[in-house]
Design a binder for this molecule. Structure first.
Ligand code: A2P
Length: 335
């Protein structure tokens, strides 16, 4: 963004009610030039059995006890992994960041074990159509219990809970492995005993691709203030004879527009929206908000220039932070 655009944005951005106060968060306690060693303590597929798609997604948990990472990562942050070996050009492989799927207390309750949900990248080279295996995702997914992994972090200051989580309600939109930080944030909110309403909307191609589905259903059963809603894009839903993207759930909510529904929650000044997953999904969500709430109510989350407000179908990613400005009540992590 140029300086002029930045100034214009600052000028046109209007403060909205319910903006959160965000904490100062520690980052980069372990830097890439001096990684520390963690040890794999758990690795299991975190999708359901009888997969319909070719995706392999693993819950990989790493013990970082005795390192500066222990007790010093927060739900919503990421950590770095340095895969061994070199690129075709003889350079050491670069650091890759993975979202932490563990709550702030870690998998172990003491902040010593952090986990991520890692999807194997499997593709073809475009020029010679030979098999391409993503270096770091396959390294992590291949790792056996006891293997040592070079890790860094934590990273990310913004995709965390506000200073006082109880001041807000939360709508989380995830696609695919974008679920990782929401497992973490949801557990922090629910175990923290806050009365905040939390709705997690998770999108995947098939039911069998849902990640942490069983655990999230259990949380939905256990906590009255937590709702887990799925949007399946290549099958019809249990409650509806059509395919859905996460943003379609704003309109097609099993609870309609009644008590506890997304529409009701989104109309409240307490609500914050967090989005994590495929780049492009944020545009769909902004359209969904506009469509379901109308421009005025949606402006609590996204403010849109007059020239494009009449035609949401023309919106694209390049307009974000220019003609389409998310407010401070929206947190985006798309990749
Ligand atoms: P689809 O691929 O059927 O079009 P995964 O990462 O496991 O593939 O899941 C990503 C999910 O997000 C899929 O259900 C995918 O649908 C869906 N998706 C793809 N593009 C968008 C978008 N622009 N907005 C919201 N969801 C999307």
């Amino acid at each position: 963004m140029s300086q002029t655009e930045k100034t214009m944005r600052e000028k046109t951005e209007t403060a909205v009610a319910g903006e959160p106060v965000m904490p100062d968060v520690s980052v980069n306690l372990v830097r890439p030039n001096e990684p520390v060693i963690g040890r794999v303590v758990e690795s299991e597929l975190c999708t359901l059995g009888k997969r319909k798609s070719a995706a392999f997604i693993r819950h990989v948990a790493i013990d970082v006890s005795g390192t500066p990472l222990a007790g010093n990562f927060r739900a919503g942050q990421s950590f770095g992994v340095l895969p061994p070996g070199e690129t075709d050009r003889g350079k050491p492989h670069k650091l890759r960041l993975y979202s932490i799927s563990s709550p702030t207390r870690g998998e172990d309750g003491e902040g010593n074990v952090l986990a991520t949900s890692c999807k194997r990248v499997v593709d073809e080279h475009w020029d010679d159509h030979k098999l391409f295996l993503g270096v770091c995702s396959n390294y992590l997914c291949d790792a056996q219990i006891g293997d040592e992994i070079r890790v860094t972090g934590p990273s990310g200051k913004r995709f965390v809970l506000p200073v006082d989580p109880s001041q807000h309600d939360y709508v989380f939109f995830a696609t695919g492995t974008g679920i990782a930080p929401f497992r973490a944030l949801s557990i922090d909110l629910l175990e923290g005993g806050y009365a905040s309403k939390v709705t997690l909307v998770m999108g995947s191609p098939y039911r069998t691709d849902l990640i942490y589905d069983e655990q999230l259903r259990e949380l939905d059963e256990k906590y009255e203030n937590f709702r887990y809603v799925t949007a399946i894009s290549r099958e019809t839903q249990d409650d509806l004879d059509r395919r859905l993207y996460v943003q379609d759930r704003i309109k097609h909510d099993p609870l309609g527009t009644g008590p506890g529904s997304l529409s009701e929650q989104l109309a409240s000044d307490r609500t914050l929206i967090y989005v994590c997953g495929l780049a492009g999904m944020e545009i769909g969500i902004f359209r969904g908000l506009f469509d379901a709430l109308g421009r005025d109510a949606a402006s609590a989350y996204v403010q849109v220039d007059d020239e494009i407000a009449g035609d949401p179908s023309s919106w694209n990613k390049r307009m974000i932070n220019r003609q389409i400005r998310p407010t401070k009540r929206v947190f985006l992590e798309v990749y």
